[in-house]
Design a protein around this ligand. Structure first.
Ligand SMILES: [Zn+2]
Length: 257
């Protein structure tokens, strides 16, 4: 009888013990996982919900090739959007059934969000070219670097919403550094280089821009052009000639990858 009297309390104690272990484990793990502050790398405000996961293939190495093998080139346009030139570039691309990647500056994207949306709805890709286009960004401190890169990314997201992919980051002036690339990689962006520099921003004349491409293009080329940052009539003129020429040479138009 004494044995049967003491048995229920023992069962009860074991039950309480097991329940306590389960409770402490469950709450302990969730408490450890939930606060953003516990993440070692600082995350930007408003970023956690929308940033896409860094692709596994993102090694921080600059992209200097087209995503598709074969006779493809990737056109890239920097420093826009600009209401004088970006719509003309889009018209020309549409006329030749071509696609391109636009490396936009945050301040301009903020000024012309409708152009950012027009670029995306035309089937083009976006690239983060920082907020203010500071060509000495790689010499700045960690906070400034993060503000410029994440801020540029944020400006593009705010203009387009959640859906438009922002797969690339291009440092102002092409002045990449491992630190810049690491910040971009944390936000799912790969550094975007180029293999054909038209130097169109030096205003060498449309003919010279065309010749530069004709002399150095090859399958997989990533071609650097500008649709913003100054007068770009020469670029537009050159593009008018280059798009049909590239098509005649059997080139298709793709994205960097
Ligand atoms: Zn630029």
């Amino acid at each position: 009888m004494r044995y049967r009297v003491f048995r229920p309390p023992y069962c009860y104690r074991w039950g309480v013990l097991i329940l306590s272990v389960v409770t402490v484990t469950t709450f302990g793990v969730s408490a450890w996982r939930s606060p953003a502050e516990s993440t070692p790398a600082p995350q930007p405000v408003g970023n956690a919900a929308t940033v896409r996961e860094t692709p596994a293939r993102n090694t921080g190495e600059a992209v200097r090739d087209t995503a598709r093998d074969g006779r493809f080139v990737a056109l890239t346009f920097d420093d826009g959007p600009d209401p004088r030139y970006t719509p003309r570039v889009l018209d020309l691309l549409a006329k030749h059934d071509a696609v391109a990647t636009f490396c936009m500056v945050g301040t301009e994207a903020r000024r012309h969000p409708e152009l950012v949306r027009a670029v995306v709805s035309a089937g083009m890709r976006l690239c983060d070219h920082t907020v203010t286009h500071d060509q000495r960004l790689r010499t700045r401190g960690e906070r400034r670097i993060t503000a410029e890169i994440v801020g540029g990314w944020t400006d593009l997201v705010l203009a387009t919403g959640d859906d438009a992919p922002i797969d690339y980051f291009r440092a102002p002036g092409g002045n990449f550094s491992p630190r810049l690339n690491a910040v971009a990689a944390r936000h799912g962006m790969r550094p975007l280089g180029w293999t054909v520099d038209t130097r169109d921003w030096t205003l060498p004349g449309a003919g010279r821009i065309v010749e530069t491409v004709q002399q150095s293009v090859e399958p997989g080329s990533v071609i650097l052009l500008h649709d913003g940052g100054g007068r770009r009539d020469q670029t537009i003129e050159a593009l008018t000639r280059l798009l049909p020429w590239l098509a005649e040479q059997g080139y298709g138009f793709g994205f960097p990858g």
